[in-house]
Design a protein around this ligand. Structure first.
Ligand code: DGL
Length: 266
């Protein structure tokens, strides 16, 4: 299995922020990235729909022979992870647990804000994960549904995005939070702007590097890590590979040779 790729999926482009962290931690591994561009956004969909889409993607990734699946999408991790872990033949890791761990380690005043999609906020998955780790923390959730289309449209540096971010941050700042979980794969793209708005005394938690460390430790514990050679990524999307390629190159700041189309059968 060592030579097999790692599967990673997201509703669209956002999971590229997780892919970046994984490639940095695991430079010898091959990856298959699936972006469900036909069905993005997941954030406003029901748990049932998100689970059905996630299972279809996981089935495709397993057909490609992946040794492990990373659910980069917070919304899918929050709503579909237990079903995926039950149904898949390979291990499945999500982003919620690593995000919760990092936030609990970072906070000093035990007031943690969660920025996420409506689905992630509604699931209360972060609150549950945090309370399994510590009973002291108070979590203040804030759905930020407009961030996803702004990132997908490459609007990260536009004044409109700043105004919207200030609106979402206002209530949280009044609660005197000292830590903010970026509970959606798209939000790290807005990190410089959010860092400015929340100010230097607030930690911004991107779960992706903690997740990457977990994947690394999992692979080495089970002797599944590829220790030498250059890693690679193969990209699949469920709609419009050309558009994905253009935007993904901007997020990754690196060229992509090819993006393959794979329509999901759901
Ligand atoms: N990638 C998803 C997540 O991390 C958010 C985007 C969406 O709503 O599809 O929650």
């Amino acid at each position: 299995m060592k030579e097999h790729p790692i599967g990673i999926f997201d509703s669209g482009l956002g999971g590229l922020t997780v892919l970046k962290a994984l490639r940095k931690a695991l430079p010898h591994e091959h990856f298959i990235y699936f972006g469900d561009s036909a069905n993005v956004p997941y954030g406003a969909k029901s748990k049932q729909t998100v689970t059905k889409l996630s299972c279809a993607i996981a089935a495709f990734l397993q057909e490609q022979g992946v040794k492990l699946i990373v659910v980069a999408c917070n919304t899918a991790s929050a709503q579909a992870l237990p079903t995926l872990q039950k149904q898949c033949r390979v291990p499945v890791l999500g982003v919620i647990e690593p995000g919760a761990q990092k936030a609990v380690a970072m906070t000093r005043n035990h007031k943690i804000a969660l920025l996420g999609t409506e689905g992630t906020v509604r699931s209360r998955a972060y609150e549950k994960a945090i309370s399994r780790l510590s009973k002291k923390e108070k979590v203040f959730p804030q759905a930020a549904p407009l961030f996803v289309p702004l990132v997908e449209e490459n609007f990260a540096r536009q004044p409109a995005t700043r105004l919207i971010a200030q609106h979402y941050a206002a209530t949280l700042l009044r609660k005197k939070i000292d830590t903010v979980i970026l509970g959606c794969t798209h939000y790290p793209v807005l990190k410089p702007l959010l860092a400015e708005i929340f100010g230097p005394s607030v930690h911004l938690v991107d779960p992706s590097d903690t997740l990457a460390a977990q994947v690394k430790s999992y692979l080495s514990t089970f002797h599944q890590a590829r220790a030498i050679g250059k890693g690679s990524v193969r990209f699949y999307v469920s709609d419009d590979p050309t558009r994905f390629k253009r935007l993904a190159q901007q997020v990754l700041r690196a060229p992509i040779t090819r993006v393959y189309l794979k329509k999901l059968s759901v």
